[in-house]
Design a binder for this molecule. Sequence first.
Ligand SMILES: Nc1ncnc2c1ncn2[C@@H]1O[C@H](COP(=O)(O)OP(=O)(O)OP(=O)(O)O)[C@@H](O)[C@H]1O
Length: 290
Amino acid sequence: METETAVRVRGLVKRYPDKVAVAGVDLDIYRGEVFALLGPNGAGKTTTTEILEGYRRADEGEIDVLGSDPGRAGREWRARIGIVAQTTRDEPELTVAELVRHFAGYYPSPRDPDEVIAAVGLEEKRKTRSRKLSGGQRRRLDVALGVIGNPELLFLDEPTTGFDPEARRQFWTLIENLRTAGTTILLTTHYLDEAEQLADRVGVIADGRMIEVATPETLGGRGARTARVSWLAADGMREVRTDTPTAEVSRLLAEYGGEVPELQVRRPSLEDIYLELIGSTPKELEGALR
Ligand SMILES: Nc1ncnc2c1ncn2[C@@H]1O[C@H](COP(=O)(O)OP(=O)(O)OP(=O)(O)O)[C@@H](O)[C@H]1O
Protein backbone atom coordinates (compact mmCIF):
# COMPACT_ATOMS: atom_id res chain seq x y z
CA MET A 1 0.00 0.00 0.00
CA GLU A 2 1.30 3.47 -0.86
CA THR A 3 1.71 5.88 2.02
CA GLU A 4 2.14 9.63 2.17
CA THR A 5 5.40 9.06 3.93
CA ALA A 6 8.13 7.80 1.63
CA VAL A 7 9.94 6.11 4.52
CA ARG A 8 8.46 4.86 7.78
CA VAL A 9 10.68 3.07 10.26
CA ARG A 10 9.76 1.86 13.73
CA GLY A 11 12.09 0.23 16.22
CA LEU A 12 14.90 -0.51 13.78
CA VAL A 13 17.65 -2.62 15.31
CA LYS A 14 20.79 -3.91 13.62
CA ARG A 15 23.40 -5.90 15.49
CA TYR A 16 26.83 -6.86 14.28
CA PRO A 17 28.72 -9.54 16.21
CA ASP A 18 30.57 -7.04 18.37
CA LYS A 19 28.35 -3.97 18.06
CA VAL A 20 24.75 -2.82 18.13
CA ALA A 21 24.97 -0.45 15.16
CA VAL A 22 21.32 0.68 15.23
CA ALA A 23 19.56 0.50 18.57
CA GLY A 24 15.86 1.15 18.00
CA VAL A 25 15.48 3.96 15.49
CA ASP A 26 12.14 5.50 14.47
CA LEU A 27 12.11 7.60 11.33
CA ASP A 28 9.53 9.20 9.04
CA ILE A 29 10.53 10.84 5.79
CA TYR A 30 7.70 12.64 4.04
CA ARG A 31 7.25 12.54 0.31
CA GLY A 32 8.98 15.45 -1.38
CA GLU A 33 11.23 16.42 1.50
CA VAL A 34 14.98 16.46 1.85
CA PHE A 35 15.90 14.74 5.09
CA ALA A 36 19.47 14.92 6.35
CA LEU A 37 20.81 12.26 8.67
CA LEU A 38 23.63 13.67 10.78
CA GLY A 39 25.88 11.93 13.24
CA PRO A 40 29.49 11.17 14.09
CA ASN A 41 31.55 8.41 12.43
CA GLY A 42 30.16 5.04 13.37
CA ALA A 43 26.80 6.43 14.54
CA GLY A 44 24.81 4.07 12.34
CA LYS A 45 23.88 6.29 9.39
CA THR A 46 25.20 4.03 6.64
CA THR A 47 23.79 0.92 8.28
CA THR A 48 20.36 2.55 8.54
CA THR A 49 20.55 3.82 4.96
CA GLU A 50 21.62 0.43 3.61
CA ILE A 51 18.72 -1.28 5.36
CA LEU A 52 16.32 1.22 3.76
CA GLU A 53 17.94 0.52 0.39
CA GLY A 54 17.43 -3.22 0.85
CA TYR A 55 21.15 -3.97 0.98
CA ARG A 56 21.20 -5.05 4.60
CA ARG A 57 18.69 -6.95 6.70
CA ALA A 58 17.38 -5.46 9.93
CA ASP A 59 17.34 -7.66 13.02
CA GLU A 60 14.21 -6.00 14.35
CA GLY A 61 11.75 -3.32 13.37
CA GLU A 62 9.09 -2.30 10.88
CA ILE A 63 10.41 -0.77 7.69
CA ASP A 64 8.32 0.66 4.89
CA VAL A 65 10.00 2.36 1.93
CA LEU A 66 7.73 3.53 -0.91
CA GLY A 67 5.07 1.14 0.30
CA SER A 68 7.27 -1.97 0.47
CA ASP A 69 9.58 -3.79 2.83
CA PRO A 70 13.01 -3.21 1.23
CA GLY A 71 14.17 -6.67 2.31
CA ARG A 72 11.49 -8.28 0.13
CA ALA A 73 10.96 -5.72 -2.62
CA GLY A 74 11.66 -6.61 -6.23
CA ARG A 75 13.03 -4.99 -9.36
CA GLU A 76 10.12 -2.62 -9.91
CA TRP A 77 10.59 -1.14 -6.47
CA ARG A 78 14.37 -0.93 -7.00
CA ALA A 79 13.83 1.10 -10.18
CA ARG A 80 11.98 3.72 -8.11
CA ILE A 81 14.93 4.45 -5.86
CA GLY A 82 18.32 5.98 -6.62
CA ILE A 83 21.46 5.36 -4.64
CA VAL A 84 24.68 7.27 -4.26
CA ALA A 85 26.67 5.07 -1.90
CA GLN A 86 29.88 6.04 -0.10
CA THR A 87 32.00 3.89 -2.36
CA THR A 88 31.21 2.62 -5.80
CA ARG A 89 32.88 0.34 -8.28
CA ASP A 90 32.06 -0.02 -11.92
CA GLU A 91 33.67 -0.46 -15.30
CA PRO A 92 36.87 1.62 -15.09
CA GLU A 93 37.41 1.51 -18.84
CA LEU A 94 34.02 3.02 -19.74
CA THR A 95 33.78 6.74 -20.31
CA VAL A 96 31.49 9.04 -18.35
CA ALA A 97 28.99 9.21 -21.23
CA GLU A 98 29.06 5.44 -21.75
CA LEU A 99 28.48 4.71 -18.08
CA VAL A 100 25.60 7.17 -17.73
CA ARG A 101 23.95 5.80 -20.90
CA HIS A 102 24.56 2.25 -19.76
CA PHE A 103 22.89 2.87 -16.40
CA ALA A 104 19.98 4.67 -18.08
CA GLY A 105 19.26 1.36 -19.81
CA TYR A 106 18.44 -0.28 -16.49
CA TYR A 107 15.43 1.96 -15.83
CA PRO A 108 11.95 2.14 -17.33
CA SER A 109 11.82 5.96 -17.50
CA PRO A 110 15.33 7.38 -17.17
CA ARG A 111 16.38 11.00 -17.39
CA ASP A 112 18.19 12.24 -20.46
CA PRO A 113 21.87 11.18 -20.06
CA ASP A 114 23.24 14.40 -21.59
CA GLU A 115 21.15 16.55 -19.27
CA VAL A 116 22.29 14.57 -16.26
CA ILE A 117 25.95 14.83 -17.28
CA ALA A 118 25.51 18.58 -17.65
CA ALA A 119 23.67 18.87 -14.33
CA VAL A 120 26.59 17.31 -12.43
CA GLY A 121 29.09 19.47 -14.32
CA LEU A 122 30.88 16.69 -16.19
CA GLU A 123 30.30 17.87 -19.75
CA GLU A 124 34.01 18.35 -20.36
CA LYS A 125 34.73 14.84 -19.09
CA ARG A 126 32.14 13.03 -21.21
CA LYS A 127 34.81 11.09 -23.04
CA THR A 128 37.08 10.46 -20.07
CA ARG A 129 37.35 6.91 -18.75
CA SER A 130 35.98 6.70 -15.21
CA ARG A 131 39.33 5.48 -13.80
CA LYS A 132 40.93 8.75 -14.92
CA LEU A 133 38.54 11.02 -13.04
CA SER A 134 39.67 12.92 -9.95
CA GLY A 135 38.05 12.06 -6.61
CA GLY A 136 35.55 14.91 -6.85
CA GLN A 137 34.75 14.18 -10.49
CA ARG A 138 34.22 10.50 -9.63
CA ARG A 139 31.76 11.62 -6.94
CA ARG A 140 29.87 13.74 -9.47
CA LEU A 141 29.65 10.69 -11.70
CA ASP A 142 28.26 8.70 -8.75
CA VAL A 143 25.58 11.35 -8.33
CA ALA A 144 24.80 11.20 -12.06
CA LEU A 145 24.38 7.42 -11.86
CA GLY A 146 22.19 7.80 -8.78
CA VAL A 147 19.73 10.15 -10.45
CA ILE A 148 19.74 8.79 -14.01
CA GLY A 149 16.80 6.47 -13.29
CA ASN A 150 14.59 9.43 -12.33
CA PRO A 151 14.07 8.05 -8.81
CA GLU A 152 11.15 8.92 -6.53
CA LEU A 153 13.45 8.46 -3.56
CA LEU A 154 17.15 9.22 -3.67
CA PHE A 155 19.69 8.07 -1.09
CA LEU A 156 22.81 10.20 -0.92
CA ASP A 157 25.50 8.91 1.45
CA GLU A 158 28.04 11.70 1.97
CA PRO A 159 27.63 12.82 -1.63
CA THR A 160 29.94 15.83 -1.63
CA THR A 161 32.97 14.43 0.16
CA GLY A 162 35.95 15.54 -1.89
CA PHE A 163 34.09 18.25 -3.79
CA ASP A 164 35.70 21.64 -4.16
CA PRO A 165 33.54 24.56 -2.96
CA GLU A 166 32.31 25.40 -6.45
CA ALA A 167 31.35 21.79 -7.15
CA ARG A 168 29.53 21.65 -3.83
CA ARG A 169 27.46 24.73 -4.71
CA GLN A 170 26.70 23.22 -8.11
CA PHE A 171 25.65 19.99 -6.43
CA TRP A 172 23.37 21.90 -4.06
CA THR A 173 21.63 23.47 -7.05
CA LEU A 174 21.19 20.00 -8.55
CA ILE A 175 19.60 18.74 -5.32
CA GLU A 176 17.35 21.79 -5.07
CA ASN A 177 16.20 21.14 -8.63
CA LEU A 178 15.50 17.49 -7.84
CA ARG A 179 13.53 18.53 -4.79
CA THR A 180 11.53 21.04 -6.82
CA ALA A 181 10.76 18.20 -9.24
CA GLY A 182 9.31 16.25 -6.28
CA THR A 183 12.13 13.80 -5.51
CA THR A 184 12.30 12.68 -1.89
CA ILE A 185 15.88 12.68 -0.66
CA LEU A 186 17.65 11.06 2.26
CA LEU A 187 21.05 12.66 2.65
CA THR A 188 23.80 11.75 5.08
CA THR A 189 26.48 14.35 5.48
CA HIS A 190 29.19 15.59 7.80
CA TYR A 191 28.84 19.10 6.41
CA LEU A 192 26.47 21.05 8.60
CA ASP A 193 26.26 23.91 6.11
CA GLU A 194 25.11 21.38 3.53
CA ALA A 195 22.37 20.10 5.84
CA GLU A 196 21.34 23.66 6.61
CA GLN A 197 21.21 24.60 2.94
CA LEU A 198 19.41 21.53 1.66
CA ALA A 199 17.39 19.83 4.37
CA ASP A 200 13.78 20.43 5.29
CA ARG A 201 14.43 18.37 8.40
CA VAL A 202 17.47 16.86 10.03
CA GLY A 203 17.81 13.82 12.27
CA VAL A 204 20.77 13.53 14.61
CA ILE A 205 21.86 9.97 15.27
CA ALA A 206 24.55 8.93 17.75
CA ASP A 207 25.46 5.49 19.01
CA GLY A 208 22.66 3.96 16.99
CA ARG A 209 19.94 6.14 18.52
CA MET A 210 17.99 9.02 17.04
CA ILE A 211 18.60 11.89 19.42
CA GLU A 212 16.42 14.50 17.76
CA VAL A 213 14.52 15.20 14.56
CA ALA A 214 13.74 18.83 13.75
CA THR A 215 14.07 21.51 11.11
CA PRO A 216 17.56 23.03 10.89
CA GLU A 217 16.09 26.21 12.40
CA THR A 218 14.60 24.53 15.46
CA LEU A 219 17.11 21.77 16.23
CA GLY A 220 18.21 21.83 19.85
CA GLY A 221 15.19 23.88 20.92
CA ARG A 222 14.44 27.53 20.41
CA GLY A 223 16.28 28.46 23.60
CA ALA A 224 19.50 27.19 22.09
CA ARG A 225 19.26 29.95 19.52
CA THR A 226 19.40 32.71 22.12
CA ALA A 227 21.77 35.44 21.00
CA ARG A 228 24.84 36.50 22.89
CA VAL A 229 25.82 40.16 22.87
CA SER A 230 29.37 40.83 23.97
CA TRP A 231 31.46 43.98 24.21
CA LEU A 232 34.55 45.36 25.94
CA ALA A 233 33.57 47.18 29.10
CA ALA A 234 35.94 49.18 31.31
CA ASP A 235 36.50 46.10 33.51
CA GLY A 236 36.91 43.58 30.68
CA MET A 237 34.73 41.59 28.25
CA ARG A 238 31.06 41.41 29.13
CA GLU A 239 28.42 39.13 27.66
CA VAL A 240 24.62 39.12 27.85
CA ARG A 241 22.34 36.33 26.63
CA THR A 242 19.14 37.70 25.24
CA ASP A 243 16.20 37.00 22.90
CA THR A 244 16.14 40.69 21.99
CA PRO A 245 19.69 41.52 20.93
CA THR A 246 18.63 44.63 19.02
CA ALA A 247 17.24 46.14 22.21
CA GLU A 248 20.48 45.25 24.01
CA VAL A 249 22.58 46.86 21.29
CA SER A 250 20.37 49.91 21.38
CA ARG A 251 20.81 50.16 25.17
CA LEU A 252 24.59 49.87 24.75
CA LEU A 253 24.55 52.53 22.06
CA ALA A 254 22.79 54.90 24.43
CA GLU A 255 25.16 54.01 27.28
CA TYR A 256 28.31 54.52 25.20
CA GLY A 257 26.93 57.41 23.14
CA GLY A 258 28.57 55.96 19.99
CA GLU A 259 30.79 53.01 19.05
CA VAL A 260 30.56 50.13 21.52
CA PRO A 261 34.06 48.63 21.86
CA GLU A 262 34.42 45.15 20.28
CA LEU A 263 30.66 44.72 19.94
CA GLN A 264 29.55 41.29 18.72
CA VAL A 265 26.16 39.64 18.35
CA ARG A 266 26.38 35.87 17.93
CA ARG A 267 23.97 32.97 17.67
CA PRO A 268 25.01 29.33 17.84
CA SER A 269 25.32 27.83 14.37
CA LEU A 270 23.72 24.52 13.39
CA GLU A 271 27.18 23.03 13.86
CA ASP A 272 27.41 24.37 17.43
CA ILE A 273 23.99 22.92 18.23
CA TYR A 274 24.83 19.62 16.58
CA LEU A 275 28.03 19.32 18.61
CA GLU A 276 26.08 20.08 21.75
CA LEU A 277 23.54 17.38 20.90
CA ILE A 278 26.13 14.69 20.33
CA GLY A 279 27.88 15.69 23.53
CA SER A 280 31.05 17.39 22.44
CA THR A 281 30.35 20.97 23.21
CA PRO A 282 33.13 23.44 22.56
CA LYS A 283 34.03 25.07 25.85
CA GLU A 284 33.04 28.56 24.84
CA LEU A 285 29.50 27.43 24.01
CA GLU A 286 28.76 25.89 27.36
CA GLY A 287 26.39 28.10 29.22
CA ALA A 288 25.21 29.75 26.04
CA LEU A 289 23.32 26.59 25.18
CA ARG A 290 21.94 25.79 28.60
N1 LIG B 1 29.74 -5.06 8.21
C1 LIG B 1 29.95 -4.69 9.45
N2 LIG B 1 30.35 -5.58 10.38
C2 LIG B 1 30.56 -5.24 11.66
N3 LIG B 1 30.39 -3.99 12.14
C3 LIG B 1 30.00 -3.05 11.28
C4 LIG B 1 29.76 -3.34 9.89
N4 LIG B 1 29.35 -2.21 9.27
C5 LIG B 1 29.37 -1.26 10.23
N5 LIG B 1 29.74 -1.74 11.41
C6 LIG B 1 29.83 -1.00 12.70
O1 LIG B 1 28.56 -0.46 12.98
C7 LIG B 1 28.66 0.88 13.48
C8 LIG B 1 27.88 1.83 12.59
O2 LIG B 1 28.53 1.96 11.33
P1 LIG B 1 27.96 2.86 10.15
O3 LIG B 1 28.81 2.59 8.96
O4 LIG B 1 26.49 2.64 10.02
O5 LIG B 1 28.23 4.31 10.72
P2 LIG B 1 28.10 5.74 10.00
O6 LIG B 1 27.24 6.57 10.89
O7 LIG B 1 27.65 5.57 8.61
O8 LIG B 1 29.60 6.25 10.06
P3 LIG B 1 30.45 7.20 9.02
O9 LIG B 1 30.06 8.59 9.30
O10 LIG B 1 31.85 6.91 9.47
O11 LIG B 1 30.16 6.73 7.63
C9 LIG B 1 30.15 1.17 13.55
O12 LIG B 1 30.59 0.93 14.86
C10 LIG B 1 30.77 0.18 12.58
O13 LIG B 1 32.07 -0.17 13.00
